[in-house]
Ligand binder design. Structure first.
Ligand code: BG6
Length: 484
């Protein structure tokens, strides 16, 4: 059985969708695996007046479809308490502290506390300063703060937010969630790169032509129109998930495999990103788009979505080419694209190798594909001699895809990330330096786009984005490997 970890979780935003969909199921899986057993408790807080019983029902509901006996689920949910809480009211923190101390005693938690902030970032500073001032932070055990995105809306606002939080907590107590960093195949990138000499030796500008990162979603904005219309795909996906994947794909080899060294290497490559050229003509490094109705008229346009401005020019699609200014990557474009209402839900990286430099064969570029979601695993497409006379080539794909069963078993990102928080491992969280550098990069694009809010290219829902996305690669003689 796994080593049991002692801790009290205090969740701010316990009545929210994220807690229901992700946190309670993740905690239950950790419970089933033995990481959480008798010595843990959860206090859920939010404005609403809920009883403990009702809260435990909600928790049970969130894990209803998961494997596990009724008895096991009941005993898990008995660790949950609810406390109605106004984040601005000092008195409420006193009440919360009493409850926390009592649970600490009851469950033998040794003063270990995890404060999980799953609500609007505008409250983060208020909450963290109260936690400190009203002594919810204990002297005895660890106190860690988990922060959900979005961490600001640009560099200035994220810096302000960070300063507020830093007034009460140090960087090494902060766990900024980027759930992509908890994905099995995103974590696998470093293993693939640095445990295979074959790959390690060819992971550079001498061998690689270009790298393509696709984070495409089939869903539209669903119920999140209000947030999304202010955010857009650039802030929602590129500043965080896309740039984190870029940094893992291109960072130099860390001398040792520890959090600080990995962070330093990720930072070094993010700082080496060239300033993007952004314009509204074909010389641009970044293009945007917004989904219109699908060609059969069955799927509605973004402008028709709930809580979205009917004349909005917010982008639901971004494609770009990122250039890195260092010895390893000079001249190798990293193409990225992400969008809503695209043809398929797929998250993948296609690494396109250069052709051989001899004229012996009419060879095609080899491609290594890292499938992140929904499939997990690798595929390598190489040239192969066609059976029979002559020396004609055909592509063959070597597949390292996991079976559906294996993929099903692989732990969900939140489960892994919460376990990391429990164990004090910050490797798979976004460090302030990375967040700040990513915002600075994205702000340069935003600044230009915000000068033109009159129009935006459209793409039919369920396509692979506007034609500008294909043109971006075509100008370098490249094309997207994944065509949807
Ligand atoms: C979130 C974005 O961070 O990531 C959402 O806010 C997006 O808009 C989601 O849908 C995508 O995550 P995943 O894991 O489904 O690729």
């Amino acid at each position: 059985m796994s080593q049991e970890t002692k801790a009290l979780f205090i969740i701010f935003g316990a009545t929210g969708d994220l807690a229901h969909r992700k946190l309670y199921p993740a905690l239950f899986r950790l419970y089933q695996k033995g990481y959480l057993q008798e010595t843990f408790a959860v206090v859920g807080t939010a404005r609403r007046e809920w009883s403990n019983d009702y809260y435990q029902e909600v928790v049970l509901d969130s894990i209803a479809k998961m494997n596990g006996s009724e008895e096991e689920k009941e005993s898990f949910s008995s660790h949950f308490r609810y406390q109605s809480h106004n984040v601005k009211d000092t008195e409420h923190y006193h009440t919360l502290r009493k409850l926390a101390d009592q649970l600490d005693e009851e469950y033998g938690l040794e003063g270990n506390r995890i404060f999980y902030l799953s609500m609007s970032p505008s409250f983060f500073g208020t909450i963290t300063s109260h936690l400190k001032e009203q002594s919810l932070v204990t002297e005895r055990g660890f106190s860690r703060v988990v922060i959900e995105k979005p961490f600001g809306t640009d560099f200035d606002s994220s810096k302000e937010l960070n300063d507020e939080i830093n007034a009460s907590f140090d960087e090494d107590q902060l766990y900024r969630i980027d759930h992509y960093l908890g994905k099995e195949m995103v974590q696998n990138i470093l293993a693939l790169r640095f445990s295979n000499r074959l790959i390690e030796n060819s992971w550079n500008k001498e061998s690689i032509s270009n790298i393509q990162i696709t984070l495409s979603e089939k869903l539209g904005v669903e119920e999140r129109g209000e947030y999304y219309d202010k955010s857009g795909a650039l802030r929602d996906m590129v500043q965080n998930h896309v740039l984190q994947v870029v940094s893992l794909l291109t960072m130099n080899k860390p001398e040792v495999f520890d959090t600080d060294t990995i962070r330093q290497e990720k930072m070094a490559v993010l700082e080496a990103l060239k300033k993007p050229v952004v314009s509204f003509d074909e010389k641009t490094d970044f293009v945007r788009g917004q989904y219109a109705q699908s060609t059969d008229g069955k799927v509605k346009a973004y402008r028709e979505e709930d809580k979205v401005n009917t004349e909005t020019t917010t982008e639901t699609f971004v494609a770009g080419q990122i250039a890195i200014h260092n010895d390893t990557w000079e001249g190798v474009p990293l193409y990225i694209r992400t969008g809503k209402r695209l043809a398929e839900k797929t998250t993948r990286v296609d690494v396109v190798f250069k052709e051989t430099d001899s004229s012996l064969f009419n060879d095609q570029p080899s491609v290594l594909t890292i499938h992140i979601n929904p499939e997990e695993g690798f595929e390598l497409t190489v040239n192969n001699k066609q059976v029979g006379p002559g020396m004609n080539l055909e592509p063959i794909t070597l597949s390292g895809l996991r079976s559906d069963e294996e993929t099903e078993k692989s732990p969900e990102a939140y489960e892994k990330l919460i376990l990391d928080v429990l164990q004090g491992d910050e490797t798979h969280f976004a460090h302030w330096g990375e967040v700040a550098t990513s915002w600075k990069y994205v702000d340069q694009i935003r600044k230009v786009w915000d000068c033109n809010t009159e129009s935006i290219p459209f793409y039919p829902a369920l396509s692979m984005g506007p034609e500008e996305s294909d043109q971006l690669l075509a100008q370098n003689g490249h094309e997207w490997v994944y065509k949807g």
